[in-house]
Design a protein around this ligand. Structure first.
Ligand code: F6P
Length: 328
């Protein structure tokens, strides 16, 4: 055990993701196992600045492994972007004798953590928790698998209406600038078209594909659109464009929105959170710092925070080809 690590703080920051509670539980229980104190800060960096925290122990995290959201709440702290904010947070950690932090969140959380640990001598380990799956240092982020299943279930339901009314649905899914959710749910739900920011195939291609669908006898269609799609039109403008150009189609739009972030985490996300967070605590105790933990080829590995947030781990564009073949 590294000398000096007697108390570890944990927080959740950025958009909440299913499995964050499983992650908090794993940090608290691993601390308890290794006889280290644990405290949780509310609302991410904001709680560190405002000294808003609670003591965590093995029993205080009972029965949260199955719940969505985060018992520590989450926020995107503007104050932490300022030097004064970060100083307040560092002063509070020192006063509370917190020796190291586990930061659960996405790339914004990791960027903040990297700046913070460079400015102050407080080791941090990042744990990737976001439905977007857009972190380079891991093939899977906590919450992504649950979001995929939530979205596929929703699209299946919309498909019922699409097919009963012979309609074309544009369904917008989350992911910010990353198309992981759109691409994988598009294939998983059998969408006719998938629009992602990583591959701008153009509007003409989409129209042609929809014409082909009609000619081949399809009565209903689903187009999954990533919210950050770069085709030049938002999902409502896309719907209008198709209505103007293909008047035979009865077009509707569904924006799935924040329901994608809720719900009980899947077994995969609970297990992922458990594995990553035990490793995060063990790394801190071994004297490691400024690293994110991630799952690569089913191994828990550490990547420097800098590398981890550089850019996503590359979308599997092969899935677009698969989708094309299967939506014939
Ligand atoms: O990063 C998670 C995420 O849900 C993105 O997919 C989305 O773009 C964003 O957060 C929405 O943020 P907010 O909850 O602030 O609307």
């Amino acid at each position: 055990m590294a000398k000096g690590i007697r108390k570890i703080g944990v927080m959740t920051s950025g958009g909440d993701a299913p499995g964050m509670n499983a992650a908090i539980r794993a940090v608290a229980r691993a601390c308890s196992y290794y006889n280290v104190e644990c405290i949780g800060f509310y609302r991410g960096y904001q709680g560190m600045i405002e000294n808003d925290y609670c003591e965590l122990n093995a029993r205080s995290v009972r029965n949260i492994i199955s719940t969505g959201g985060t018992i520590l709440k989450s926020a995107r702290s503007q104050d932490f972007r300022t030097k004064e904010g970060r100083k307040k947070a560092a002063d509070n950690l020192v006063a509370l004798n917190v020796d190291a932090m586990v930061l659960i969140g996405g790339d914004g959380t990791f960027k903040g953590g990297e700046i913070f640990s460079n400015e102050y001598d407080i080791p941090v380990i990042g744990v990737p928790g976001t439905i977007d799956n857009d972190i380079a240092g891991t093939q899977f982020t906590i919450g992504y698998d649950t979001a995929l299943n939530t979205v596929v279930e929703a699209i299946d339901k919309i498909r019922d209406t699409a097919s009963s009314h012979d309609r074309l649905f544009f369904i917008e899914v989350m992911g910010r600038d990353a198309g992981f959710i759109a691409l994988n749910t598009g294939v998983g739900a059998g969408a006719e078209e998938i629009l992602i920011p990583e591959e701008n195939l153009g509007l003409d291609r989409m129209l042609e594909s929809l014409r082909r669908s009609k000619r081949s006898g399809k009565n209903s269609s689903i187009v999954v659109v990533c919210e950050g799609d770069k085709i030049g039109k938002n999902v409502y403008e896309l719907a209008d464009y198709v209505t103007e150009n293909l008047p035979d189609y009865d077009v509707r739009v569904t924006v799935l929105g924040h329901m994608q972030r809720g719900g009980s985490p899947t077994c995969f996300d609970r297990t992922l959170a458990s594995r990553l967070c035990v490793k995060a605590v063990e790394m801190l105790l071994d004297g490691e710092r400024d690293i994110m933990v991630g799952l690569i080829n089913n191994q828990v590995v550490g990547t420097s925070l800098k590398e981890g947030i550089k850019s996503g781990h590359g979308i599997n564009k092969e899935l677009l080809r698969i989708s094309d073949i299967l939506s014939v």
